[in-house]
Ligand binder design. Structure first.
Ligand SMILES: NC(=O)c1ccc[n+]([C@@H]2O[C@H](COP(=O)([O-])OP(=O)(O)OC[C@H]3O[C@@H](n4cnc5c(N)ncnc54)[C@H](O)[C@@H]3O)[C@@H](O)[C@H]2O)c1
Length: 283
């Protein structure tokens, strides 16, 4: 890191697993690329990958686009080999994950989607982190890894227990590896998005849907953007956070610290004293 390169990413490669689709992964690839990193953009879907690589090309970012399934251990190992040929490896951001409407189910129903959700959200993270960490250790390099979690990992998610459990496992892995690899100068952190407006989250809505009263549960009264997440990831993967490891950065407009029993006036629902309510409402 120098005063002219505050991020310390110039000439180093970063694997972004799940970089396609124009959502969080694409924004991360673009922000890290703009900060000087050589980007290895990886996705399972060719059309989605092209959304990212087209943007990186237009922005003059040194990059490589690779099609691979993050759940396939050998494929991920090969991705890391290719990354080292693009530029000396710095680290990774594991983005690939999520849960789709057909996968929501009561826990007691023995739904077969449970294992699939665990496999994508935890298994694929394990593959990326292991392949990248192992390579950094083999080459004796320092570096940084960031794993994308969710605020559901610290709360819970009824009918989405596999998703919350898998991402909670990602947080646990992040902490263990921060300690295991700390002496080698390899940092491992996590970022937990709150509700982020992405092309994927838009696909689960009906045309004309608006956020309306839904925004009342978010202290900052807006949904996040992919750029909000990318800026936090850039901090966590760069020299700006050189002494930070094993930590979780929630980027959620304050949702994770808001008491769930608050009403629209941000008072607990069980506060009925009209005088008190009127006095505070004037503020
Ligand atoms: N959007 C939100 O509100 C939100 C909230 C909390 C957490 N997150 C997390 O952020 C991440 C990205 O979310 P998004 O909304 O941008 O999702 P997205 O589905 O738009 O982006 C993920 C990308 O990963 C790719 N991908 C999926 N499976 C893959 C696999 N097996 N191997 C490689 N690539 C694969 C997809 O093709 C897609 O391009 C996910 O981990 C999600 O759990 C999102």
């Amino acid at each position: 890191m120098t005063i002219n390169d505050p991020w310390g990413l110039t000439g180093r490669s970063v694997v972004v697993m799940g970089a396609g689709g124009g959502g969080i992964g694409t924004a991360i690839a673009r922000h890290l690329g703009a900060a000087g990193a050589s980007i290895v953009a990886v996705d399972i879907d060719a059309d989605k990958l092209a959304v990212c690589t087209d943007a990186l090309t237009a922005e003059g970012v040194d990059h490589l686009g690779l099609l691979a399934d993050g759940r396939d251990r050998e494929a991920v190992t090969d991705v890391v080999e290719q990354a080292t040929r693009l530029a000396p490896l710095h680290g990774s951001v594991h983005v690939a994950g999520g849960m789709w409407p057909p996968q929501w189910a009561p826990f007691a129903s023995d739904d077969p989607a449970f294992d699939d959700v665990m496999d994508l959200n935890f298994g694929a993270t394990v593959n990326t982190v292991r392949a990248v960490g192992r390579k950094l250790v083999e080459e004796g390099r320092t570096g940084a890894l960031v794993n994308i979690a969710t605020t559901s990992a610290i709360n819970g998610m009824p009918f989405g227990s596999a998703y919350a459990a898998a991402k909670a496992a990602v947080l646990s892995l992040t902490r263990s590896l921060a300690v295991e690899w700390g002496p080698r100068g390899i940092r491992v952190n996590a970022v937990a998005p709150g509700s982020i407006a992405t092309p994927k989250s838009a696909s689960t809505r009906k045309p004309g849907d608006t956020d309306g009263d839904d925004l009342l549960v978010i202290p900052m009264r807006r949904r996040g953007t992919s750029d909000d997440i990318a800026r936090g990831v850039l901090f966590m993967i760069s020299e700006m956070s050189a002494y930070v490891t094993g930590q979780l950065l929630c980027i959620d407009g304050g949702t994770s610290v808001r008491p769930t029993y608050n009403d629209r006036d941000e008072l607990p629902v069980f506060v009925h004293n009209e005088e008190l309510r009127a006095r505070l409402a004037r503020w």
